[in-house]
Structures are given as structure tokens and as C-alpha cells.
Design a protein around this ligand. Structure first.
Ligand code: ZN
Ligand code: ZN
Length: 340
């Protein structure tokens, strides 16, 4: 069971982060670990901490995709202002996770936020979910800290665990006092597809099937041949599969196939995590999901229990992917549950 913990912790952090929308002007502002890269005429990727940001500058304003964390939001706006004086008019959330929507509280004051129906739904439900799940997680963390303090007081894990505990407690507190009306959820939602025409540019925003969650959007700029995949694409990174919010590896591979069939093959793809890449890397990521599914299927066919599968199943060819140690076993357990 030990191996499942990192994924539980990751889930806790993702949930916790989704509640840190509010921008407090008195709070210390993180100037950010930003790297801005121009991908095509007037289209950029902004790497920082959290999900990759994309933005397009048009004569009628800027369209931004995702906004990382609340403390980074002013820095993100600053990065955009460094290349254009045009106003930020639209923000698209690729999905609801806190590392992609954390800056919404800042941007909603200046922009209209667009996302799939389920992004709004999950964001509005997040405080209740956290109030339900956080006490058990806080208890687990307190237990681990107490054990370490007794057995290995010099452990270098202690500081990290104490930070996690502090974050979990603060998130619970803010979830309890959060009013639905104050959640900066998308203003405009859609179920299938939406097209925007701004300053002579077309922006296609579409949802295909379930994947990383049940509310993922793909954003396609056909003129500049750029696609933002959100967390449907982890480039050389082991993914997080959010089945608690409708994620499905079975539909995820179909979703990627549909994107590849639809967009120009010369496109540059912005992943949710990892470097901007070509269609070959996107296909390589899909292959990871295919290989993961067939390895788990084989384990099930051999009669392995969930615990055995989590321990035994390995995909050494992906050991170099970022996060293999931390998340691969969790991926196996998730797919096992999906197939059972
Ligand atoms: Zn993410
Ligand atoms: Zn995500």
C-alpha cells in the first residue's frame, strides 16, 4: 500500500491547489520561474510552475490558456504585458485542476473565462470535496510526522511533511469558509465545441472524450498551427489520471487519436507538462497509455490482485520519464481499478 501514497498526496495537493484562487494583494508575490518562448507569429508558450500557459495576441485582445497558481498570476500578466499592450480578454481553462486554474481569481477581473461544462462543475464542488476528504489526509500526515519524530527525528522528509500538513490545514480552513459565489469558475461553458473569432484569428476549443478528466479541452489555432493539449498530453512525464473526476485511459487514447486526425500534422503541441513538441511526441505519449493498459491487462489475466499488480508491473522503457518513481505504480493501480 505504501506505493500508493505518492498518488494520494498528489491528489491532495491538486485538490488543495484548486482552492487557492483568491489573489491577496498583500501576500508576497512570486515573480515566478518563467520562461517565455515565441512559437509562431503572435503565439507564445509560457513555462512556469504548474501547467504550461499558451497565449495568442490579436488586434482585438489576448487569449490566454491556463493560469497556473494564484501567487503567480500577477507575474503571468506581467509576462504577457512584456510582449503586448493589448488587453487580456479571454482565458480558457483546459481543465479544472489547481495548477491550471489557480490564477482565475486574478484574471476573472479582466477577462471572460471559458471552459468545458465539467470544469465549472468540479470547481464549484471542490470545497465540499475537500471538506469531506481533508480530515483523513491531515490525520495520515500527522501520524507520519509523529512516527518520524520518534524514530528518525533527523529525517530530511520531516520538513516537507510539515509543509504539506500546514497546506492541508489551510486549505481545509479556506474550503470551509468558501462561498460558491466567490469561486472564480468559468463564465462561459460548453459541452462539445466552441469557436472564437478575434482580430482575424480563429480559435477552436473542443472536448472529445474523457481522458485526464471528464472536462478536458483542446485549443487549436489553425492559422499558426498550434495546439494546446492541457493535461491530455504529458510530454516525457508520467501522467496523473484523475478517475475521481471522470478520467479514463480507455477514452484518453481515443481522444488523442481524434486530435491527431483533426489537426494539421505540422502543428506544434503545447503539453500540460513538459516541453512543446511535435505530433511524434504526442503519439509517443499515447503509446505510453497503450503500453500501460496492456501491461495491466496482462497482470489481470494472470490473476494478480491489485496489490500484486502495483508491485510487479513495470515498464522499464519509460523509466526515464519524469515522475516514474513517484507516479508509475499509482498509474498501474488506477488502470487496474478501471479494468476491473
Ligand atoms: Zn497539470
Ligand atoms: Zn491536470
Amino acid at each position: 500500500m505504501n506505493k500508493l501514497r505518492p498518488s494520494l498526496i498528489a491528489l491532495t495537493l491538486i485538490c488543495a491547489c484548486s482552492l487557492t484562487y483568491a489573489h491577496d494583494p498583500a501576500a508576497p508575490q512570486d515573480k515566478g520561474p518563467f520562461t517565455l518562448k515565441k512559437l509562431a507569429e503572435d503565439t507564445y508558450v509560457l513555462y512556469g510552475r504548474g501547467g504550461n500557459i499558451g497565449f495568442a495576441v490579436t488586434d482585438e485582445g489576448v487569449v490566454v490558456i491556463d493560469d497556473q497558481f494564484a501567487d503567480l498570476a500577477p507575474g503571468i500578466a506581467e509576462q504577457i504585458r512584456a510582449v503586448t499592450a493589448k488587453p487580456i480578454r479571454f482565458l480558457i481553462n483546459t481543465h479544472h485542476h489547481g495548477d491550471h486554474t489557480g490564477g482565475n481569481g486574478f484574471f476573472i477581473k479582466m477577462a471572460t473565462i471559458i471552459a468545458h461544462d465539467n470544469v465549472r462543475k468540479h470547481m464549484l464542488e471542490a470545497p465540499q470535496e475537500l471538506v469531506a476528504s481533508a480530515p483523513a489526509q491531515i490525520q495520515t500526515l500527522e501520524g507520519r510526522i509523529a512516527t518520524l519524530e520518534k524514530d528518525d527525528p533527523q529525517s530530511k522528509d520531516l520538513a516537507g511533511l510539515r509543509t504539506q500538513l500546514d497546506t492541508a490545514k489551510k486549505s481545509l480552513e479556506s474550503a470551509r469558509s468558501m462561498r460558491i459565489a466567490d469561486i472564480p469558475a468559468p463564465n462561459i461553458t460548453f459541452d462539445h465545441e466552441l469557436r472564437m473569432y478575434l482580430g482575424g484569428r480563429e480559435v477552436q476549443v473542443f472536448h472529445i472524450k474523457r481522458g485526464h478528466t471528464d472536462g478536458d479541452s483542446i485549443i487549436y489555432f489553425p492559422q499558426s498551427k498550434i495546439v494546446h493539449m492541457g493535461d491530455l498530453f504529458f510530454n516525457k512525464v508520467i501522467p496523473f489520471i484523475d478517475t475521481a473526476h471522470g478520467g479514463s485511459t480507455a477514452e484518453w487514447t481515443e481522444t488523442i487519436d481524434a486530435v491527431v486526425a483533426r489537426v494539421d500534422p505540422a502543428c506544434q503541441f503545447i503539453p500540460g507538462h513538459g516541453e512543446v513538441s511535435t505530433v511524434a511526441d504526442l503519439k509517443a505519449f499515447k503509446q505510453y497509455l497503450v503500453d500501460l493498459r496492456s501491461a495491466v491487462k496482462k497482470a489481470i489475466d494472470q490473476g494478480m490482485t491489485r496489490e500484486q499488480a502495483v508491485k510487479e508491473v513495470k515498464l522499464d522503457q519509460y523509466a526515464k520519464f519524469n515522475g516514474y518513481e513517484q507516479r508509475f505504480a499509482g498509474n498501474v493501480g488506477t488502470v487496474y481499478d478501471e479494468m476491473k
